[in-house]
Design a binder for this molecule. Structure first.
Ligand SMILES: Nc1ncnc2c1ncn2[C@@H]1O[C@H](COP(=O)(O)OP(=O)(O)OP(=O)(O)O)[C@@H](O)[C@H]1O
Length: 594
């Protein structure tokens, strides 16, 4: 019960703004129940006065009134149900948007911990389960309670003694619901977890289809899906079996009640204490009473099933963003691009070892600072701190002398552009993919950026040119081409500070060279921090920083560091002194001619 209370405490506030509609829905339900009560009483009158007496003149009055009451009930029922669906969907819309907004602000390690399919399930199935509890559940409970009270009162009004005799069996319904609720909740929780696991397996397998096919992993993937699907089947069958058991048990209790009413009725009629019309009306009230009582019992089950969804959603909502907007942000200013790390140390949440220790360096406008080092040394971590995915555990990072923690997040990310290791593609056309660098950019500006990124020619050679559709994981462009689209996006962003994380990773030598020229254009006049293993641009760098196990072990120019014969010299060993000066290949020449 405390879980239900907790779920309400958290999600009920989301109905703010719609509560007047909830009240209107309940009013519709009350009017419908009243109309139904009136119809039954009119039916009794018709039976006793018109049917039994065979009098047509006694028929018209009650018949007309019954028709009017039925029409009113239908209209109000239609209004109430339409309103209920609209309000419920608005709640789902608001809740899903809120959870999605929250998820979007969560740090990278959250997404490493949660499988995508599971998150999808939480944003769809679990969100709807909460609606079932908070909106439909509340409306359903209030409606069922009102209806139950009306029909009970009507039955008591007709024959209080008979009514009390049949009510004795009512607690059986609630007892049954109580008995089943715990087990139904566990089954529903298992079903949701399994649902998420199935989505995850499908998504992961299809997203990795090349690996699956190339390494003949189809059978393994099928087995993985089969395992999850069987877990889902078991949970789903168990849930359905329990619900069905409950339903059938309730049917038996209902039959028991009906038989009791008929038995008592026959006795009363034979003793001349009741008319047939009254008995039929009484039986109808008792019959109408079952669905609301039954619904009240079932609502208990819905509630327990929904708490499973609420717990899963709470897990997401309780995850905290790693960074927040500053409480007192500095006013925006024309950023020059002075970046400084002051004794920065950083440990990932839930990690025991620091990934960066006492890192200090500066980079100024127009400078290229290359950060290199062995794999796992902490280079990408440095880029995550500079773009404020995380804040340092110790020390500070400043932009033009202002601590990043005082800079509004959106403004920071407008001025510090990141080109991450994996080329990121949005679902949309090439034009939209470039334009997301600066929303609102004109077609001319987009094409100009593409020209500078040496992307214009290959884009216009595509059948649909700039309107070619791209989607994550399915882009029909080469790695080098995608990287140049990303460079065009960064060109358009025109941020004073650039963070390039392995801009040539995954590209072969030719593609890498094709990217170098646009990269140089992109970096011109900006503060660039390039994280890379590829030292072909090292001779151009104003400073090279060598990171090893989280520490800055060397800093200097290419020549200075080579002369020192230390860590950098070992990293650069296989390379000639100035690889960047090699004459262009045939493909490079083609690119330069574009
Ligand atoms: N989310 C995380 N949680 C815990 N530890 C992490 C996380 N991400 C990275 N690390 C650890 O931090 C250290 C530095 O990682 P980082 O990705 O910065 O290395 P890198 O130098 O960029 O490596 P590479 O060149 O292979 O990309 C590694 O030991 C890594 O295991």
């Amino acid at each position: 019960m405390s879980e239900v209370r907790e779920a309400f405490r958290r999600f009920w506030p989301l109905t703010r703004g719609d509560r007047k509609w909830l009240a209107a829905i309940v009013a519709c339900v009350v009017v419908s129940a009243l109309a139904e009560t009136a119809s039954i009483l009119l039916f009794a009158e018709l039976t006793d006065n018109a049917l039994k007496a065979g009098s047509l003149s006694a028929f018209w009055g009650p018949a007309g009134a019954w028709l009017a009451v039925a029409a009113l009930g239908a209209l109000v029922g239609y209004l109430g149900n339409s309103l209920a669906t609209w309000t419920a969907e608005r709640f789902v819309l608001r809740l899903r948007a809120g959870v999605f907004r929250h998820v979007q602000g969560l740090p990278p390690h959250f997404f490493q911990k949660h499988r995508q399919g599971d998150l999808v399930e939480r944003l769809t199935g679990d969100v709807e389960a909460i609606e079932q509890m908070v909106v439909s559940g509340v409306v359903g409970t209030v409606s069922a309670a009102f209806s139950a009270v009306f029909y009970s009162c009507a039955a008591l009004y007709l024959r209080w003694d008979l009514a009390l005799a049949t009510f004795v069996l009512a607690p059986l319904f609630l007892l049954a619901a109580r008995r089943f609720s715990g087990r139904i909740r566990t089954a529903s929780q298992d079903e949701r977890v399994a649902d998420g696991a199935i989505t995850s397996v499908v998504e992961e397998s299809l997203g990795n289809i090349v690996l699956t096919q190339a390494y003949n992993r189809r059978r393994d993937e099928e087995q993985r899906l089969d395992r999850e699907a069987r877990a889902w089947m078991t949970a789903s069958v168990r849930g359905a079996r329990l619900s069905e058991m409950y339903e059938q048990f309730v049917e038996v209790v209902e039959t028991l009640c009906v038989l009791a009413v008929i038995g008592l009725g026959v006795w009363e009629i034979s003793a001349g204490r009741m008319t047939l019309g009254r008995l039929l009306a009484f039986a109808a009230f008792i019959g109408y009473l079952y669905p609301p009582v039954r619904n009240l019992g079932r609502l208990g089950l819905t509630l327990t099933a929904a708490t499973a969804g609420a717990q899963r959603l709470n897990e997401i909502l309780d995850a905290k963003p790693a960074v927040d907007d500053p409480a007192e942000p500095v006013a925006e200013w024309p950023v020059r691009g002075w970046v400084a790390f002051h004794d920065v140390s950083f440990r990932y949440p839930e990690s025991r070892r620091a990934s960066l220790r006492d890192v200090t360096f500066t980079a100024g406008p127009g400078e290229l600072v290359i950060v290199t080092g062995s794999s796992g040394a902490g280079k990408s971590t440095l880029s995550k701190l500079l773009t404020r995915f995380y804040d340092p555990s110790q020390g500070a990072i400043t932009l033009d002398g202002v601590p990043l923690t005082d800079v509004p997040l959106e403004f920071l990310r407008e001025n510090v552009a990141l080109l991450p290791q994996e080329t990121l593609v949005l679902s949309g056309t090439i034009r939209e993919n470039i334009a997301c660098g600066r929303p609102g950019a004109s077609d001319e500006e987009i094409e100009q950026a593409a020209r500078e990124a040496a992307a214009h020619n290959f884009i216009t050679a595509l059948p649909e040119g700039y309107d070619t559709h791209l989607a994550p994981g399915t882009a029909a462009l080469s790695g080098g081409q995608l990287q140049r689209v990303a460079i065009a996006r960064a060109m358009l962003r025109a941020a004073p500070v650039l963070v390039l994380d392995e801009p040539t990773a995954g590209l072969d030598a030719v593609a890498a060279r094709q990217v170098v020229t646009p990269l140089r254009k992109l970096m011109a006049g900006r503060t660039t921090i390039m994280i890379t293993h590829d030292l072909s641009l090292a001779p151009d760098a104003d400073r090279i920083l060598v990171v090893d196990r989280g520490r800055l072990v060397e800093a200097g120019t290419h020549r200075e560091l080579l002369a020192r014969s230390g860590a950098y010299a070992r990293l650069a060993e296989p390379l000639p002194d100035a690889v960047a000066d090699v004459p262009p290949t045939h493909d490079e020449t083609m690119i330069l001619r574009w």
